[in-house]
Design a binder for this molecule. Structure first.
Ligand code: URA
Length: 491
């Protein structure tokens, strides 16, 4: 099929990998602005050896690239679709991009065959990612310093790089590798690396101790999001007997509420010693050059780098590191929390602790892909009171919130979202410059003077603090309703 296309096509666009979205986007821009019709392009993936050897390559752009405007929603969804294993996806995406110029409402025409295919591919990728999240099985290798966890997984699509940040968030404190036939992802505690694929034989043997896997399952089991029916749907009972962890499930379900409480009580910890090194790296000693204030930053990456040395308020002194926002610069929605918690402070990432797990579960239920959103906090350093070995969350004051608006405003101005979600009173205060009665105004959208729409809702940790299970479930349902409304407004 590709050979046939090559024969007829006047232009060849070569991508360096199956998920080379940047390569596809650049080639598509040049092709479209050069007036090259979709049927005249053959898309090829060529990791190296044969590059430039087949057909004609893409033409020089004849127009300014900036004349091609593409809806942001398309780009974000195309990033998912490019992970599909169908070799025709590159051509489909280019055809859609081509058509969108004359049919700006194309994405809304569900009956269009190209859109149907696009949506089906997007859903298939989403499902595959979900399955990977549910069924990756790590096995421990090595001891002490050499300890790491390795998993083998065979996804249907090229999802490893797209899905890896989820595993980083969930298993920040472990060093792990996920091997797949197409690519591998390795997290060493600080850096995520995407590497070549592997063979199943490269992963630890199936019979590596089941006791370890059971420990892992007990640890990943997140009582805050337990929903028995959903769990049974995803992993039907008939499969339980074949899984090493199955014998634990009844106990875990029975103990879920107690486990949730224990999880909250257990969370605060003293940071591991290597975090002192992280801190030393980012905060130069007194007398050294003043830290960059990010005023000139033109990207979120540059802004994040500048924020590592932030001293705009005293919170930097006790916190381990700045926890900056995370997510694509193209995100149409920004979720804003209050401040990083204990686990976020250690991981350097927002919403990875208990409140983050509630947040993730609600996003899943509302069918919002967190990876397509930008998640940040009003205050970027953890404020706490030490109690023995534990660090207890302490609410940031108005001065700290005001000082940190510097970063939040810059995040907003670089991302230019359609909607910002203020989760809780501190976020609302930071975004609107005044105190807001959150429980009264939740579900409402307030338009700021600059036109930015701010959706008001509660903070996910509010749900964690409700002791009565029925009240907790009711509050969770209200939060889900809010987040579903956010999905509608995201556009
Ligand atoms: N609470 C927040 O507001 N933000 C986080 O990142 C974690 C917990």
């Amino acid at each position: 099929m590709q050979a046939e296309q090559l024969h007829l096509a006047r232009h060849t666009a070569q991508l360096v990998s199956e998920t080379d979205f940047a390569g596809w986007r650049d080639a598509a821009r040049v092709l479209a602005s050069g007036g090259v019709a979709p049927e005249d392009v053959a898309w090829m993936v060529d990791a190296g050896e044969n590059r430039q050897s087949v057909g004609r390559t893409i033409p020089e752009a004849s127009e300014d690239k900036s004349t091609l405007t593409v809806p942001r929603a398309f780009i974000a969804r195309a990033e998912a679709v490019i992970c599909h294993s169908d070799p025709a996806r590159f051509a489909l995406l280019y055809r859609l991009l081509w058509r969108l110029r004359d049919e700006p409402k194309l994405l809304e025409i569900a009956s269009d065959p190209d859109i149907r295919r696009f949506e089906a591919m997007e859903k298939a990728v989403g499902r595959d990612m979900h399955k990977m999240r549910a069924f990756v099985r790590f096995r421990k290798i090595g001891e002490g310093e050499a300890e790491r966890f390795v998993a083998w997984f065979e996804p249907s699509h090229y999802i490893i790089a797209r899905n890896a940040p989820f595993f980083v968030r969930r298993f920040t404190g472990m060093r792990w590798t996920i091997l797949t036939p197409h690519a591998s992802a390795t997290w060493d505690g600080e850096i995520l690396a995407i590497g070549p694929g592997a063979a199943k034989a490269d992963a630890p043997a199936e019979d590596a101790t089941e006791a370890l896997w059971q420990t892992y399952f007990e640890n990943i089991f997140n009582p805050a999001r337990l929903k028995v029916q959903a769990m049974q749907k995803e992993m039907p009972k008939k499969y339980w007997r074949n899984l090493p962890e199955a014998s634990l499930i009844p106990d875990l379900i029975a103990g879920a509420d107690k486990a949730a409480k224990e999880m909250i009580a257990r969370m605060p910890t003293t940071p591991a010693p290597h975090h002192a090194k992280v801190k030393a790296r980012h905060w130069p000693a007194r007398g050294e050059e003043a830290p960059d204030d990010g005023a000139k930053a033109r990207s979120i990456a540059a802004l994040r780098e500048a924020a590592k040395g932030c001293r705009r308020c005293p919170l930097w002194r006790e916190a381990t590191q700045t926890v900056f926002g995370e997510g694509p610069e193209t995100a149409s929605v920004i979720f804003v929390g209050e401040q990083p918690g204990d686990q976020e402070d250690i991981a350097g990432k927002p919403f990875v602790g208990p409140a983050g797990k509630v947040f993730d579960a609600i996003l899943d239920d509302a069918e919002i892909d967190r990876l397509k959103t930008y998640v940040t906090n009003a205050v970027k350093h953890f404020k706490f009171e030490p109690r023995g070995k534990r660090r207890i969350h302490s609410k940031p004051n108005a001065g700290e919130v005001q000082a940190c608006r510097w970063w939040l405003d810059k995040e907003l101005s670089l991302i230019k979202p359609n909607l910002v979600v203020a989760m809780g009173a501190t976020a609302a205060q930071a975004l609107l410059g005044k105190a807001i009665p959150v429980t009264k105004m939740r579900g409402e959208v307030i338009e700021r003077e600059d036109g930015l729409r701010v959706f008001i809702t509660i903070h996910p940790s509010f749900i964690l603090r409700i002791p009565d299970p029925a009240d907790k479930e009711a509050e969770r349902a209200r939060f889900l309703k809010d987040i579903k409304a956010v999905k509608e407004l995201m556009g």
